[in-house]
Each structure stands twice: as structure tokens, then as C-alpha cells.
Ligand binder design. Structure first.
Ligand code: GLN
Length: 385
């Protein structure tokens, strides 16, 4: 018997496949973006207490009220607008569920959705699962900027929504206010929703600053802001994400979320609250820690004379492997894991265009891990054809 048509076009996630391949070869895994350092002590301690005191049963389906209140306070501070925890947020199982839930809330089967390319691979799957049709607009290397004319051509096809990943995975762009304003003007002109993925909102390199799309004039009404606590507090395995949007949108999103997953893990929502109450110092330290890692890793790559992008935000670097003479970047990444001992993600899994000379590495790792990876990369020349 046939299985569903909508899943026929599916492959598994290449990002997560590369983690399995790295593990198979015992490679230093710089493919799937997650840290190998601990979360803040305060939430590990709280988690230990919660293990004994609970809660261990279902929380309220859209998020435990004390968790939502703490999250609304934190996000109100950064977004510079009051967010009502009882009507304007839903807690989701990571931003992965947030994005899927936003897509299902906004689109009908057959609707068009603008996605910038390169893009985080889940957006492709999200559009397929919701029956929407992606329209890809290139972010042109090496600057990864978009052509406003090409973007407007995409808007002329009357998309229901645009997906905006900012700071951007994998290319590391932090869109300027002027770029965001171009998107905002078009979203208004063509009456389109904007679904954001802002999971790297606190991982920024000076002088780049993050502008929450929802805070641009007139954009709150049409923006569905998705984010997560995974990267900000180094807890990718806790699967805590959220959507912030106007109450009528959240009302719908809560229903979608309710039937998709019922809710986030109750003990983890409780345990993370101390982090949501951290002051500005925490976020400054986080940015400084990543700035240090970026410098260390970029310098190492420069010493090895490997051409690469320089991220403005997030923690990904794309390396140019053109000189190695491989036809397939996937084969290159398999060989990199097997023969050099470093896990990376083939760039083709992010691009709509035919691009196979880039691979993505991330540097959300302890300095020792990054140095071990750089040591192994000294042998990268063995891959030259
Ligand atoms: N965002 C991370 C990446 O791009 C991983 C996310 C995931 O695998 N859920 O590697």
C-alpha cells in the first residue's frame, strides 16, 4: 500500500545524518549545531531540585504559566514592547515545532511561501508538510544579500508568508534595518505574513545588532516570531521553543500546538526559569564567549589557508572546497569525517541553487574541541584529487 504523497519527497535531515556519520567515524563533530559545554549552573541546579519536587505531569498545554510569565518578561525587555504571557505566547517543543506550527497556522495547502536560499533545511520540510509551495529568493554569496527586485518578483506571486531566519543559519548574516525595512514594505504592500526564526538572537558579533522584525513599524500585526532557548542557554536537548504573535494568531497556534504535541516537558519549563531571570551580563558574556570562539576558529582556518565566510551572527562558517575537485559536497563531507576526522554539513543541503563547493562547520564548542578540529584539518589536503 502506498504511503502519503507528502512524505514521498522527504529525505532525512542531512544535518542530523552528518552527526550520525561523525559518530560512526569518531570524528570531531562540527556538523549539527549544538554546544559541548554545560548550560548555566543555575539551571542545572534547579533541574536537580525539580527532579525530586516535580512537576512531572502535563503542564498547561500552551506552557506553564510561571514559565510563560518569565519568558514574556525577558522577551518584552529585549523586544522593547510589552508581551502578554496569557495571550501572546505559546511554548513549543523547540523552534522546530514553533516553525511548523506557525506554517500550519498561517498557510493553506497550495499557498506560496518565500524562503531565502541558503536556508535552514527544516523550512523545506515545513512547507512540504503543510502543503505550501516554497518560492526561493537567493541570498547572493559572498555577501549573502538579496536583490530587492528579485524579492519583489517573488512577492508578485502573492505568497501567504515569508520565512526570515535572522541571524541567519547557515550564512551568518544579521540583516540590517534597511534590509528588514525592504522586506517590511513588501510584506505590507502584498499583505503577507512574516514567520521569523530568531534562535540566534543573542549570538551577535560587533558591530552587528539584531532587530526583531516584529518591532518594525506596523509589523507586529503580521509577524509570527519563533525562537528557542536552545542556543541562548546551551540546552538544545531540552526542546524549549516558543512563538510570540498577536493574540488572534496565538489563539490558533495554541490549538495547532495542542494537537501536535500537547506540550513541552513540564520539569524543564520549571527548571529553566532562573535563566530567564538573568540580567544583561549573561547575554553580554554569551556574545563575548562566541566572539572569542569565532576569532579562534577563523584564525585557525586562516592559518590553514582555507577560504571561508565571516559570520555576523550565529555560529556557522562556510568553507570553500572548490579547490579539492569533488563533484559532490556530500562525498567530500563523508571523506572529511572518515579520513580527516571532522564532521561538517554539505552546503548543498542549504541551497536551492546548484551549489556544491561549500561546506558548513560550526564553532559552538569548547576551545579544546575547536583546537582538536583545527589540528585534524591540517590534514585536509589529503582530500585533494
Ligand atoms: N540548528 C542546528 C543546525 O543547523 C541544529 C538543529 C537541529 O538539528 N534541530 O545545525
Amino acid at each position: 500500500m502506498l504511503l502519503s504523497r507528502r512524505t514521498e519527497q522527504f529525505t532525512d535531515s542531512v544535518i542530523r545524518r552528518m552527526t550520525r556519520i561523525s559518530n560512526q567515524y569518531g570524528a570531531v563533530n562540527l556538523s549539527q549545531g549544538f554546544p559541548d559545554f554545560d548550560p548555566p549552573q543555575a539551571i542545572m541546579d534547579r533541574l536537580a531540585e525539580v527532579a525530586h519536587r516535580g512537576p512531572h505531569q502535563y503542564a498547561i498545554t500552551w506552557g506553564a504559566p510561571n514559565f510563560l510569565e518569565a519568558l514574556a518578561r525577558k522577551q518584552s525587555r529585549f523586544m522593547g514592547r510589552p508581551i502578554d504571557s496569557s495571550t501572546e505566547i505559546v511554548a513549543t517543543c523547540g523552534s522546530t515545532e514553533a516553525m511548523m506550527c506557525a506554517m500550519l497556522t498561517v498557510t493553506n495547502p497550495g499557498d506560496k511561501v518565500i524562503v531565502f536560499s541558503p536556508f535552514y533545511e527544516n523550512y523545506g520540510a515545513d512547507t512540504i508538510l503543510s502543503g505550501a509551495e516554497p518560492i526561493y529568493v537567493p541570498l547572493n554569496p559572498p555577501t549573502f544579500t538579496f536583490d530587492p527586485e528579485v524579492l519583489e518578483d517573488a512577492f508578485r506571486l502573492h505568497p501567504k508568508a515569508l520565512v526570515l531566519c535572522n541571524p541567519s543559519n547557515p550564512c551568518g548574516r544579521v540583516f540590517t534595518r534597511a534590509e528588514l525595512q525592504i522586506i517590511a514594505d513588501l510584506a505590507k504592500k502584498y499583505d503577507t505574513y512574516v514567520i521569523t526564526d530568531e534562535v540566534y538572537e543573542h549570538i551577535l558579533y560587533a558591530p552587528h545588532q539584531h532587530t526583531y522584525f516584529a518591532t518594525l513599524p506596523g509589523m507586529w500585526e503580521r509577524t509570527i516570531s519563533c525562537s528557542s532557548l536552545s542556543k541562548t542557554y546551551s540546552i538544545t536537548g531540552w526542546r524549549l521553543g516558543y512563538i510570540i504573535a498577536p493574540a488572534p494568531i496565538i489563539d490558533r497556534a495554541r490549538k495547532v500546538h495542542d494537537f501536535l504535541t500537547v506540550g513541552c516537558a513540564a520539569p524543564l519549563m520549571e527548571a529553566v526559569i532562573p535563566a530567564l531571570e538573568f540580567g544583561q551580563d549573561y547575554y553580554d558574556d554569551l556574545a563575548a564567549k562566541y566572539a572569542h570562539k569565532r576569532e579562534l576558529f577563523l584564525k585557525g582556518l586562516d592559518d590553514l589557508k582555507i577560504a571561508h565566510t565571516v559570520p555576523e551572527g550565529a555560529y556557522y562558517i562556510m568553507l570553500d572546497i572548490g579547490e579539492f575537485g569533488y563533484e559532490s559536497d556530500l562525498t567530500f563531507c563523508e571523506d572529511l569525517a572518515a579520513k580527516v576526522g571532522v564532521g561538517a554539513v554539505p552546503g548543498s543541503s542549504f541551497f536551492r541553487e546548484d551549489v556544491n563547493h561549500l561546506i558548513r562547520l560550526h564553532f559552538a564548542k569548547n576551545d579544546e574541541t575547536l583546537c582538536a578540529a583545527l589540528n585534524k584539518l591540517e590534514n585536509i589536503k589529503v582530500l585533494k584529487k
